[in-house]
Write a protein that binds this ligand. Structure first.
Ligand code: APR
Length: 245
């Protein structure tokens, strides 16, 4: 973290912007959930730096899912299903600001459902959610617990394979969710970006639609957007939000 007085100054500015706004949008990534014990992807200890038979980006692709479904679900159950994780201070403050009428929407790349678990209502999940699972044959829905407790390829009562409602590489994002996210960001007074490396499109491209002058970046590492931000706070987002009203 920067030296204390500079950090305190930045925290005060962020606090003033939040207390003075009724139209905040939050755009987040895997870094929002690391303080809940869920590893991110590209940090040093992230998923993409751990050793597997195939690179995780390959495993989490549509082609791999179709061709190696057993292997896909082995990785998915081991690494993508963290159902006992609890919301951290970052999730809790965002839910509080929504209740206070300050925060209008959360746009997240995460699929862990922790924002909803913290009480947030308007959560736009660009990459879907592990909490939603559907039979590829008849469309019947199943819980994340069912997927966790199943063996091999999860099967529907009709015999079809059950697929998680998460956007894999090569798959397209839900156009309505994307459109709602774009409009929320376009109209936002304050845009807070947190815990994302901003390297995966089209999600990362949404940030370009922000037209205000209160673009906040809170990240452990430097990101591609730092030079465009009006306020950059380098640190752990749960800690930073914990210091706010
Ligand atoms: N506080 C703040 N920032 C953090 C924290 C934390 N506690 N922990 C990690 N970070 C930062 C890291 O420094 C990193 O820059 O969060 C960022 C996480 O980046 P990624 O691991 O690339 O995750 P994300 O940006 O969400 O990835 C986007 O890639 O593989 C796809 O679909 C997957 O949704 C994911 C997408």
């Amino acid at each position: 973290m920067a030296d204390d007085s500079e950090m305190q100054e930045k925290i005060k500015t962020l606090n003033d912007w939040i207390q003075g706004s009724d139209n905040i949008v939050f755009f987040g990534g895997a870094g929002v959930s690391t303080e809940s014990g869920i590893p991110d992807f590209r940090s040093q200890d992230g998923l993409y730096h751990q050793q597997y038979d195939y690179p995780p980006e390959t495993i989490l692709s549509h082609t791999f899912y179709v061709r190696h479904k057993e292997e896909f679900f082995r990785f998915y159950r081991a690494k993508m299903l963290c159902l006992d994780a609890e919301p951290n201070m970052a999730h809790k403050k965002l839910a509080q600001w929504e209740k206070e009428g300050r925060l209008k929407a959360i746009v997240t790349q995460n699929i862990d459902g922790l924002h909803q678990k913290a009480g947030s209502k308007n959560v736009l999940e660009l990459h879907g959610s592990v909490l939603r699972n559907y039979c590829e044959k008849c469309g019947k829905s199943y819980s994340a617990e069912y997927m966790r407790d199943s063996k091999g390829i999860p099967k529907c009562t009709c015999g079809g394979d059950i697929k998680p409602d998460v956007v894999l590489y090569e798959e397209s994002l839900d156009s309505q969710t994307l459109d709602e996210a774009l409009r929320a960001i376009q109209q936002a007074d304050v845009l807070i970006i947190g815990g994302t490396s901003l390297v995966v499109y089209p999600a990362a491209g949404l940030v370009d639609y922000y037209r205000g002058h209160k673009l906040v970046l809170i990240n452990k590492d430097a990101s591609a957007m730092d030079r465009r931000a009006d306020l950059v706070i380098q640190g752990k987002i749960g800690e930073v939000f914990g210091a706010l009203d």
